[in-house]
Ligand binder design. Structure first.
Ligand code: CAO
Length: 394
């Protein structure tokens, strides 16, 4: 069905279209910004009223619009995302943190003139408004970075075929997008990674015994489901691990809901679908949901909503291997848990060494929000819960 999107009541007689944020055939979410208009004193983003595909754009930059001007014709869709390879705008798939940008017309104009995407700038004004100073700082740093990358051009733009055969592979859109997000997360969040080892001998014995009676694969309880459940309890006890720090680093937003992202490796790159409202789900529900979302992620059939709203991410490489790794926090979350491969280790019980099944885990947290003591208490609490899963019941 076609939906006509019009300029809503904007409180002024007319405004100029200064930026169009979508293209024909883009899939847009309800509330996603479609274009930016600018009046005498302020500019504002016009959001989509529906989830759908952009069929026609009825305006162009510099057009003058007023209330009820038709701007976009949208074809509504309820289907899952198309196959990842075919999605023209699927770079948005992992962008779980779309934000409304507050900036004066002057700042917008200057940013446009310098070809700067305001979404990359941290606003230090009220409600994260981007000030002219913020833009100037960004330009200065960006200039430096450009100089820096130019300085190292010879390292990357090097003719490696001088030393042997080289094959050139184009990165997928998801890899490109997740690559730039990883750079942003890694370079802007002060990470600390705390490691621990959990004795899961009893957990695994219980899990295997329980699963013996279950015939349907997706109904079997997985180790990851126990980890999700223990993180849920941990976030209830340590609320700062379930928070976001504001752009200007003056406020922390504590979330009262708990949604857990699960890093899933797909042939197109890393995706992080989110299990919602885990407080109200049991182990079997969680295991079943992980089974389905990881399957959909690999088939490229996730919906936008499956990738949004995460509070904390778990990245499990346990079934693959490795003794430990430091996971990178998924902004704007406060922490992430990395899970490595379990193995039997000799553990001293006070009188002798006994074989116990040991699971290595690693918690990376944002040191602006969480100090070392709290990080250590959180991971120890997770350890206690997984070492004695009866505690998950109380
Ligand atoms: N150590 C050893 N074995 C483990 C394990 C661990 N920590 N966790 C799970 N396993 C075993 C399970 O016992 C199971 O074996 P069986 O089939 O014999 O019982 C097998 O591995 C598969 O386990 P599973 O079905 O429970 O899957 P999972 O929970 O391990 O993983 C998922 C699910 C989606 C997390 C995983 O498939 C995946 O994509 N992992 C990669 C995530 C990733 O790329 N992270 C990196 C992010 S940064 O680049």
């Amino acid at each position: 069905m076609d939906i006509v999107i019009k300029i809503p009541d904007i409180g002024i007689e007319k405004a100029e279209v200064i930026d169009i944020l979508v293209h024909v055939n883009d899939i847009v979410e309800k509330e996603q910004s479609l274009l930016v208009i600018e009046g005498d004193k302020a500019s504002m983003e016009i959001p989509s009223t529906h989830h759908g595909k952009v069929k026609e754009i009825k305006v162009k930059v510099t057009d003058i619009v007023h209330q009820d001007s038709i701007i976009i014709i949208l074809e509504t869709i309820d289907d899952p995302l198309p196959e990842l390879n075919d999605t023209p705008n699927h770079t948005k798939v992992i962008d779980t943190h779309d934000v409304i940008i507050h900036a004066s017309p002057l700042v917008r104009r200057l940013a446009r003139a310098s070809n700067i995407d305001l979404r990359n700038i941290n606003g230090r004004g009220r409600k994260n408004r981007i000030l002219k100073d913020d833009l100037d700082n960004y330009l200065e740093n960006n200039l430096n970075n450009n100089n820096l990358s130019k300085k190292y051009d010879h390292v990357y733009n090097f003719d490696f075929s001088r030393f042997g055969e080289v094959e050139e592979i184009q990165l997928s859109k998801i890899k490109k997008r997740s690559g730039s997000l990883l750079c942003l997360n890694w370079s802007t969040i002060p990470h600390v990674t705390q490691f621990d080892e959990v004795d899961i001998t009893d957990l695994e014995a219980f899990r295997i015994k329980y699963n013996d009676r279950i015939t349907v694969k997706e109904k079997k309880i997985t180790l990851l489901a126990f980890i999700v459940k223990s993180i849920t309890k941990g976030l209830e006890k340590f609320p700062y691990l379930n928070s976001t720090i504001s752009h200007n680093q003056e406020v922390i937003f504590l979330k009262k809901y708990i949604n857990i992202g699960i890093a899933v490796d797909t042939i197109h790159g890393l995706l992080v679908p989110v299990i919602k409202d885990v407080k109200n789900k049991n182990l079997s529900d969680i295991a079943c949901e992980i089974y389905h979302i990881s399957k959909y992620a690999r088939l490229g059939k996730l919906k936008f909503s499956d990738l949004q709203g995460g509070c904390f991410t778990i990245s499990s490489l346990g079934s693959i291997g490795g003794t430990a790794f430091s996971p990178i926090i998924n902004a704007a979350e406060a922490a992430i848990l990395g899970v490595s491969k379990f193995s039997y280790k000799p553990i001293w019980n006070g009188s002798e060494f006994i074989p116990r099944l040991i699971l290595p885990i690693a918690l990376s947290y944002d040191h602006r929000i969480i100090d070392g003591a709290e990080g250590a208490k959180f991971i120890s609490y997770i350890n206690t819960l997984l070492s004695d899963v009866r505690l998950l019941l109380v």
